[in-house]
Design a protein around this ligand. Structure first.
Ligand code: NAD
Length: 377
């Protein structure tokens, strides 16, 4: 059983899908590891560190030769897999729904080439899969970094400061979407000394917001709403709810200095939460970070990978935030992959054999076809 760890080819991707720590662990399970030269460079891991852990470092062709499993942070370009065995597993974040991404076309190409593609972002939200969930591990870092970015771009301080020259008032930060990224954003903004408020469509988050010392801002005027759908994810809200939410946000946002938006709905474009008129109501110098910019954006006018200024407000369209913390993001991502495959490792067969529940959820292609219901349905 050979696992190939590829150097990421996507522009700006500095993470890597295995670290010397997980290389050692996979070797202890009975696997052989091939690592493409320079794969760890962006995450400050030298080729020699992989060799010391027991991997063979070589060029792409040598790394792919006879590999049974091919790792990636993002899905490798199908054209760059020449020489890989048909039937090999591709284990990576494959982003088949990404707005404007070629993720879906890649999945079709993997099927045509006979690879079995496993999308790690399709890991089900069940207790035993928590340690395998790349969305959680990467979102957590993204939520933290979004606040740091906002603080760096904000021309004022976050905490209240009483100085001999006068008092600096605390920044007011509003977090929209309180999943994994939002919770970390609340905690980080609080640590920096901001006054924090937050909102979500899932009522369970109210208590979580309070437990972190922030103020919940919730639509109370629409009776019987609950935004929690299957697997703990949000659902798309009714028009009535969206209108009430927009009114609530309008009255609140004008008093905010920092806004971090993180709202996502799986398989759908990100919900639009902030309009241009609402941005215009904010004080000049305020900062908005749109963590959903890559999925269509929560903020009108946000551009993924760019900072634009509208009405004096900086709007940062976040792109691959976790990748800006490449060393930690890679360590957690790699452990997610190890936790996933080791949980199913069959000692006699010396390979992972997935069970029905998780296998069906993550498998996108098999036997030359796209087989995942989320892509077919
Ligand atoms: P996500 O990234 O899908 O979405 C981010 C947040 O945006 C969510 O809290 C969502 O409710 C919110 N949102 C969506 N539409 C909105 C709107 N119109 N207005 C305001 N907010 C909106 O979410 P996530 O970070 O993946 O977390 C979702 C839930 O799943 C959380 O409760 C999390 O703890 C849970 N979770 C469970 C597991 C597990 O059990 N394995 C793993 C990860 C997350």
């Amino acid at each position: 059983m050979k696992i190939a760890v590829l150097r990421e080819a996507a522009a700006g991707e500095s993470r890597v899908s295995a670290t010397p720590e997980t290389v050692k662990k996979f070797i202890a399970l009975g696997a052989e590891l091939g690592v493409e030269r320079g794969a760890g460079e962006g995450a400050s891991i030298a080729d020699g560190d992989y060799e010391a852990a027991g991997a063979k470092v070589g060029d792409r062709t040598a790394t792919l030769e006879n590999a049974d499993i091919i790792f990636g942070v993002q899905g490798p370009d199908p054209e760059a897999l020449a020489g890989a065995k048909p039937g090999a597993w591709i284990v990576a974040g494959l982003n088949p729904f990404g707005a404007g991404s070629d993720g879906r076309a890649r999945v079709d190409a993997y099927a045509a080439k006979g690879f079995e593609a496993l999308a790690m972002e399709f890991m089900p939200r069940i207790t035993r899969a928590q340690s395998m969930d790349i969305l959680s591990s990467q979102s957590n870092l993204a939520g933290y970094k979004a606040v740091l970015l906002a603080a760096a771009e904000y021309g004022r301080a976050f905490p209240m400061m009483m100085t001999a020259a006068g008092t600096v008032s605390a920044a007011r930060a509003f977090i929209m979407g309180v999943g994994v990224a939002g919770l970390q954003a609340i905690a980080t903004a609080r640590r920096l000394g901001a006054q924090v408020s937050a909102t979500d469509v899932r009522s369970a988050t109210k208590e979580q917001i309070q437990s972190l010392g922030a103020k919940p801002i919730f639509v109370e005027s629409v009776a019987g709403i609950e935004g929690e759908g299957s697997g703990g994810y949000a659902t798309e809200m009714s028009e009535e709810y969206q209108k009430a939410q927009a009114e609530l946000v309008s009255s609140h946002i004008a008093k905010q200095d920092i806004v971090i938006t993180t709202a996502l709905i799986p398989g759908r474009p990100a919900p639009r939460l902030i309009s241009d008129a609402q941005i215009a109501s904010m004080r000049a110098g305020s900062v908005i970070v749109d963590l959903a910019a890559e999925s269509g954006g929560n903020v009108e006018g946000a551009v993924s990978g760019e900072t634009v200024v509208k009405h004096g407000v900086k709007i940062i369209g976040a792109k691959n935030m976790a990748g800006t913390l490449a060393a930690d993001a890679s360590a957690l991502f790699s452990r997610n992959l190890y936790n996933f495959l080791s949980a199913f490792w069959d000692k006699d067969a010396n390979k992972p054999i997935l069970d029905e529940e998780i296998g069906t959820a993550v498998r996108l292609t098999q036997g030359g076809k796209v087989v995942n219901q989320r892509l077919l349905g």
